[in-house]
Write a protein that binds this ligand. Structure first.
Ligand code: CA
Ligand code: CA
Ligand code: CA
Ligand code: CA
Length: 338
């Protein structure tokens, strides 16, 4: 009996592995984690609005979008890891007093293709377009320290339908409504309220990414802006990089173009030319830390826009996959001197 049970268990494990391998071929299983595995970013960060911008958050709020494929019919959840500001992970200034408002929106007004203000790029514009479906304020709460809080369930059809991508879109707005500490957190879009079970084909994106780098020289963070039709060049802008090493742009056609980077509490920008063959795919912006003296707890902001000043979205799961530089194969051979 024991052997039989063992065999059954082995069979089950093999089956599970096969299922996982098969789904990995079509869907990135880690695409529901925000930041994603590919991005190698430990946390998103939002400071309370009494914070100093020199700590790495320029505007004390962040706007994220979640997309659900139209053919996904089940309810889903947005789980927030460490939504509190206190205890583990968070960045203290004096004592912990930051309060952070997390609000989930659906319905008309969310889709940034239809409602420019929804992108949340300019202070003073209404980035809260849509219908609020859920919200909660978190202070210092041991209950949610180093743990998940779950928003939902949500019905996919409560989102804003986007025809181009054939998805329902939801929006999560995060605001540091008071205090001066940095709230570090991350998300998982899940089919289950208590576990991280991916929504197949789901994705998440933002237009202004405020994040924390790992405290590790060897670690490289990535973000993946999507380059749509008609883009001739993009302008990257980054804030408070603290002169921490270099920002490189990689794609199938770029081996590592250097982006101009910021120092302390300032914005820097540079242009990146786009090849026609890069259209309809993602670029890989790589953040390489300075070697030697460790720049600790580096928070940084990045935005990317096209030649018309329109913002490009960064997808957690890069559209078209992670771009990999391909060295040109056709090299003219120089005959060896005899
Ligand atoms: Ca915490
Ligand atoms: Ca404080
Ligand atoms: Ca936190
Ligand atoms: Ca910084």
């Amino acid at each position: 009996m024991t052997n039989f049970a063992g065999l059954m268990k082995l069979g089950k494990n093999i089956l599970l592995t096969l299922v996982l391998l098969c789904s990995a071929a079509s869907v990135n299983l880690f695409s529901q984690a925000v930041p994603s595995k590919d991005e190698n970013i430990p946390f998103l960060v939002t400071f309370g609005k009494q914070g100093e911008t020199s700590w790495g958050d320029d505007d004390f709020y962040q706007v994220w979008f979640f997309s659900i494929p139209r053919d996904f019919k089940q309810q889903f959840y947005i789980r927030v890891f460490d939504p509190d500001c206190g205890g583990e992970h968070d960045e203290i200034q004096g004592e912990f007093n930051t309060r952070t408002l997390f609000s989930v929106y659906g319905g008309k007004g969310v889709d940034p293709d239809q409602n420019e203000e929804s992108k949340g790029l300019l202070n003073g514009l209404n980035y809260k377009g849509g219908t609020m479906l859920a919200s909660r304020v978190f202070g210092t709460e041991a209950r949610y320290d180093n743990k998940y809080f779950t928003f939902g369930p949500f019905n996919p059809t409560a989102g804003d339908y986007n025809k181009k991508w054939n998805v329902y879109m939801f929006k999560l707005v995060i605001e540091g409504i008071s205090g001066d500490d940095g709230n570090l957190y991350r998300f998982f879009m899940s089919r289950d309220p208590n576990n991280n079970i991916p929504v197949e084909g789901g994705n998440a994106f933002t237009y202004e990414y405020t994040f924390r780098m790992w405290n590790d020289f060897r670690s490289v963070a990535h973000i993946y802006p999507y380059v749509d039709t008609g883009v001739v060049f993009v302008k990257q802008r980054n804030f408070d990089w603290d002169d921490d090493g270099s920002i490189l742009v990689v794609s199938r056609y770029k081996q590592g173009l250097v982006g101009i980077h910021s120092g302390q509490n300032d914005w820097k920008e540079s242009r990146v030319g786009i090849e026609p063959a890069e259209i309809g795919g993602s670029l890989d912006f790589q953040f390489h830390k300075k070697q030697g003296e460790l720049v600790k707890n580096n928070n940084v902001v990045i935005t990317i826009e096209n030649q018309y000043g329109e913002a490009l979205p960064f997808y957690s799961s890069p559209i078209g996959g992670v771009p990999v530089y391909q060295a040109k194969i056709s090299v003219t051979r120089v005959p060896k001197p005899k």
